[in-house]
Write a protein that binds this ligand. Structure first.
Ligand code: GLA
Length: 384
């Protein structure tokens, strides 16, 4: 049994003297398609073998009793007194309760003990996992009959409205809808999605964690989103039918944005190019051409670093260190940016040596030890 699962179960029984409902909510990786979700574009995420485990039960009264084992903190409130507070982790939970209430669902009081092995601030979406785990748990406990896609949307809105990060739908969708050994190609405009088996014989997904917490992430994230919207507005002056960067072309950007604002131009150009990379990258994967796919990942990193400017020196260092290594087919920073992990496609038999050299190089360059995770693709949120 997973350690976290065991711990939440034991703590729950000790604290509440009853057997809980147990839920697993995973983090995610994204192979390609970064900062495209809130631009109505495409993403290619998958749920992984790192997760938050929740033990939950209904209460007789209207209290909400929360215990975070990782932080060793407790918070108690009631259904009618939900408010922002200085225990930041509670916002991901309470935000979901508010969303359900706002949408007319009858949620009662509940207990929740949780613990996870998704590293925090590493860009593996521990926040989305928590939101999704809570939405899923409440849906089960109170028989709300909400489908998983709508649960993912409520989870995203909780983060947008209560936490204040204007994230797209990718993380919550991946955590909810993930399927073992499959990546999800999601069209964030139509919400159509398909599962594609990830055929990469002899290659593993390796994550190098910079150990830099992405503290700038939420403010800069919201700025990027606004910059993309500003670009769309400029395009609309001549092409009113364009509602998002999903439908914009480089020609439109050259004509309508570049003459006005070079910074906004670079932001928008990255997004338009990234959507193209994703679509052609999916064709590569279908053909089993991991080499071509990997090259696109390096190009994505270049764009995120130079044009979108959401990288940092530690992430760039990790990418530079593997760029010319024939055992690394592709690599790039992953997620919102400013820290967190790089995602690398590495030949299996080269992993041990490579991890050793990169870790040493990284330590002497930055004085930080990178953490390394091998990501396996797993199912989305479920009962345990
Ligand atoms: C964060 C957000 C996602 C997505 C990525 C960047 O993980 O939560 O919605 O925008 O950044 O691709």
């Amino acid at each position: 049994m997973n350690n976290c699962l065991k711990e939440v179960k034991e703590k729950f029984v000790e604290e509440f003297k009853e057997q809980p409902l147990l839920v697993r909510a995973p983090g995610r990786v994204n192979l390609i398609g970064e900062h495209t979700d809130y631009n109505n574009g495409f993403v290619l995420p998958a749920a992984i073998n790192k997760a938050i485990y929740l033990a939950v039960s209904k209460r007789e009264d209207d209290k909400i009793h929360l215990i975070s084992l990782d932080l060793n903190q407790e918070y108690i409130t009631s259904l009618t007194a939900i408010e922002k507070n200085d225990k930041h982790w509670t916002l991901y939970i309470l935000g979901v309760v508010l969303q359900l209430q706002d949408h007319g669902y009858k949620v009662g009081g509940f207990n929740c003990v949780f613990c996870g092995d998704i590293p925090l601030g590493a860009g593996l979406s521990s926040s989305a996992a928590l939101e999704c785990g809570v939405g899923f748990s409440l849906n089960e406990l109170f028989g709300l009959n909400i489908n998983k896609i709508n649960l993912a949307k409520y989870a995203q809105r909780a983060e947008n409205q209560f936490v204040g990060v204007k994230c797209g739908i990718m993380d919550q969708f991946a955590s909810m809808m993930g399927k073992k050994n499959q990546v999800i190609k999601l069209d964030c405009q139509t919400m159509q999605y398909e599962y594609n088996p990830l055929k990469m014989d002899g290659i593993q997904i390796v994550l190098f964690d910079t150990n830099v917490e992405h503290s700038l992430a939420s403010s800069e994230y919201n700025t990027r989103r606004a910059q993309c919207e500003a670009g769309v507005k400029m395009i609309k002056e001549k092409y009113p039918e364009i509602n998002s960067l999903r439908d914009a072309t480089i020609e439109m950007l050259n004509e309508m944005v570049l003459p006005k604002d070079e910074l906004i131009y670079r932001r928008c150009k990255y997004v338009v190019e990234e959507n193209i990379r994703l679509l052609t990258g999916c064709e590569d994967l279908q053909k089993g051409d991991v080499t071509s796919f990997g090259k696109k990942m390096f190009a994505t990193h270049e764009g995120l670093s130079r044009d979108y400017e959401v990288s940092c020196k530690e992430l760039d260092f990790l990418i530079d260190s593997v760029k010319d290594n024939p055992n690394v087919l592709g690599a790039r920073m992953m997620g919102g940016g400013f820290g967190g992990c790089t995602i690398n496609l590495i030949k299996e038999d080269a992993i041990d040596d490579l991890v050793k050299t990169i870790s040493e190089k990284y330590l002497s360059a930055t004085n930080k030890k990178p953490k390394v995770y091998i990501a396996k693709i797993e199912d989305g949120v479920s009962l345990v």
